[in-house]
Design a protein around this ligand. Structure first.
Ligand code: AMP
Length: 301
């Protein structure tokens, strides 16, 4: 196992372990368990921002030792998607991870996760259907497979995922239920946003200044619908129309979908109820495909 020193990362006082193989990862985890610690896992694809670091904070609560995986997972990208262009900056990521309290970064080469002959796919139906699943046909198989592999390798006490990727969260919740990972505490982290409302995302790096301004349309639309729901509106038609109206005021923001769905099943709903729902959107802005969502629930009036 390679262990980087504070001078390697020029940041923070603690050291951070960097595991490149499953054996190194398991050794680090076993050491922490032997010391009586519980383990928190934060899966990421790197290009870290404050959203990722907020997940680390939640993973570390009550003195969990935190493993962060940094792996741009090829199986969750379609053939014409941005796998090659996806931002990668290990040195910067390791420094941020260390400063935020990560104990071990698991940054394997692709052949460690997918050795020759790899033939197993974890496929979650139900909440993977529609929306991101429709736009990116093999995406959730790739996500579910890599997350299952990470959960099995680390066997964490808790794993933290962002509400920013609401459909992914629904898929992982289903996976954890269906694979009977009953002792896992699955934690949902709220979406961290820039000051102007744009949800933080590694893909925001693709945006030019003009794109960046137009990208505010997504959150403005979602917040407009949220305000309407706060005033008592429950109809999906009205909520979606309010979001679209605001988004359409940004001509560079090409809407793919705006949908009101049940937060667990990810099935469209016609009306807000007391069950937790999400208003979700995807849009192209310049070279980037952005997604965002807000939680909604009927308010008592
Ligand atoms: P990614 O590196 O984009 O695959 O994201 C890794 C984890 O960070 C996922 O659980 C995401 O949902 C979460 N995440 C990404 N962006 C944000 C954000 N702005 N706020 C909170 N969590 C986020």
């Amino acid at each position: 196992m390679s262990v980087s020193t504070p001078t390697d990362t020029a940041c923070g006082a603690a050291t951070i372990a960097v595991a490149r193989s499953l054996a190194d990862l398991r050794e680090w985890v076993a050491g922490r368990r032997a010391a009586g610690m519980r383990i928190g896992l934060v899966p990421t694809m790197g290009a870290l921002h404050e959203g990722h670091l907020s997940l680390v904070e939640l993973a570390a609560v009550d003195d969990h030792a935190v493993v962060m995986s940094i792996f741009v997972n090829p199986t969750q990208f379609g053939p014409s998607e941005d796998f090659d262009a996806y931002p990668r900056d290990e040195a910067h990521d390791f420094a941020l991870a260390q400063a935020s309290g990560v104990g071990c970064v698991f940054a394997p080469p692709a052949e460690v996760m997918y050795p020759d002959g790899f033939s197993t796919t974890v496929s979650v139906s139900g909440p993977s259907r529609g929306f991101e699943g429709a736009a990116r046909p093999s995406h959730f198989d790739g996500v579910a497979t890599v997350v299952a592999k990470l959960l099995l390798a680390v066997r964490p006490h808790r794993a933290v995922f962002g509400a920013k990727d609401a459909q992914q969260l629904a898929v992982i919740r289903r996976l954890v239920l269906d694979l009977h990972l009953d002792d896992l505490d699955l934690i949902e982290a709220p979406t961290i946003r820039e000051d102007d409302g744009l949800a933080m995302s590694s893909r925001n790096r693709y945006l030019t200044e003009d794109d960046r301004r137009a990208a505010r349309g997504l959150s403005r639309g979602l917040f407009a619908a949220m305000a309407l729901a706060d005033r008592g509106e429950t109809s999906s038609v009205a909520l979606i129309a309010a979001a679209r109206h605001e988004m359409e005021s940004e001509p560079r923001c090409e809407i793919e979908y705006v949908a009101l769905v049940d937060a667990e099943s990810f099935q469209p709903i016609a009306q807000l109820t007391s069950r937790s729902a999400r208003l979700c959107t995807a849009a192209r802005v310049g070279p980037a495909r952005l997604i965002d969502n807000v939680p909604l629930r009927a308010t008592a009036h």
